[in-house]
Design a protein around this ligand. Structure first.
Ligand code: PLP
Ligand SMILES: N[C@@H](CCOP(=O)(O)O)C(=O)O
Length: 368
């Protein structure tokens, strides 16, 4: 017996297949130049976690695609490995992005790994502390802009146009190449595409990327069907629902506080071609969904990430039937990124203080 076989027999991790990151796992399906060396933090390979709670609520088989398990704790890493790898391959020295937080955290991490200079433009006062800390610790130069995300993106585009710095927002098509691998993983895991795929939508690159992935897999014969794509936006930032840009988008789900999504047309095409739809969910529903997901399924996501879950609950309350179907709901980023918003509105939840005494603790816990 080889040492690997012995380790496997003993039930230990053998390293037979260590996940290599999305470029090496799916290189032949990615439209990136041949020979690009992967700048990777072993992103992707995230779990599909069965949600007994949502399955019970809907009568469907519901899976959560938990993207907070990526290296910088959001789905952005899938696109950043490709964008930064190609930027480095092409000789870039510096990269820039506009961000509501997660893109900046991801870009900064991959730029650090690649030895590139990261420059971040964020809307002043609207970035969760955890994301800001990530960008700063990874060495980004962070510039606060008096304006919203859409203004930051316009500025980032102009900077990349006028100066030697590569734009790595999702308007860079290489980003979507990486992000489409989430759809590949769903099919690889489930054996086929689900009936419905639900997810939060902000700048709209991700829903476009999933659709790209699903349609490519079907064309390759790796799946037999396509899911209906259902995108959920925060009510105060729901241009894809109303059909008009929001000049002043507002939502507590700061990650999706976007008034004029860059991938508007691609997202509309995904929804139209899949016979899906967009819908808006209120901040109250988003925050309630975030709390329920954490307390019922043990999955802690940031507010924006709960928009798809809020959408499922809203649909069911409105009489939409998912019964008997198979659904995937992407939860896009980890809850630890924004603990302030998570605890807001919960009141004094930890207000019991006792001496280090077992009887006092038992009495306070209602055990005695
Ligand atoms: C946590 C989180 N969820 C959802 C989204 C929305 O993704 P997209 O902008 O690709 O629509 C973003 C970023 O926009 C995000 O950071
Ligand atoms: N939520 C995003 C907004 C920018 O998205 P991108 O996918 O176009 O980079 C963020 O995290 O900044």
């Amino acid at each position: 017996m080889s040492s690997q076989e012995q380790a496997a027999a003993a039930g230990r991790f053998t390293g037979v297949h260590q996940w290599r990151g999305v470029i090496e796992e799916y290189r032949e399906l990615l439209e990136i130049p041949a020979g690009v060396e992967a700048v990777t933090l072993r992103e992707g390979g995230t779990p599909l976690v069965a949600s007994e709670w949502l399955s019970g609520v809907t009568g469907a088989e519901v899976w959560l695609k938990v993207e907070g398990n990526n290296p910088t704790a959001s789905f952005k890493d899938r696109g950043m490995t490709t964008a930064i790898s190609v930027a480095k391959h092409d000789g870039a020295q510096a990269v820039v992005c506009a961000s509501t937080g997660n893109t900046s955290a991801s870009m900064a991490a991959y730029a650090a790994k690649a030895g590139l200079k990261p420059l971040v433009l964020v809307p002043e006062g609207k970035i969760a502390a955890g994301k800001m800390a990530q960008a700063i610790l990874h060495g980004a130069q962070v510039i606060m802009v008096r304006g919203n995300f859409d203004a930051c993106l316009a500025l980032a585009r102009q900077l990349a146009w006028d100066y030697p710095v590569e734009l790595v927002n999702s308007v860079n098509p290489v980003r979507l190449q990486g992000q489409k691998t989430a759809a590949f993983e769903v099919v690889d895991f489930l054996g086929d595409a689900p009936d419905h795929h639900l997810l939060p939508v902000g700048n709209a690159g991700n829903i476009a990327a999933y659709w790209l992935g699903y349609t490519e897999y079907q064309r390759l014969g790796r799946s037999t069907r396509l899911p209906q794509m259902r995108g959920f936006q925060a009510e105060g930032a729901s241009p894809l629902v109303t059909g008009e840009p929001f000049p002043d988008p507002e939502t507590k789900a700061t990650a999706i506080r976007v008034g004029n999504p860059a991938s508007w047309k691609l997202a509309e095409a995904a929804v139209h071609e899949s016979e899906g739809r967009f819908a808006a969910v209120t901040d109250e529903r988003i925050l309630a969904a975030q709390r329920e997901l954490a307390s019922r399924d043990g999955v802690f996501v940031e507010p924006a990430s709960a928009a798809g879950v809020a959408g499922v609950l809203q649909d069911v309350a409105a009489g939409v039937s998912y019964a008997g179907t198979r659904m995937v709901v992407t939860v896009t980023g980890h809850g630890l990124k924004d603990t302030v918003t998570a605890l807001e509105g919960m009141g004094p939840v930890v207000d019991t203080v006792v001496d280090a005494d077992v009887r006092a603790a038992a009495a306070a816990a209602g055990l005695a």
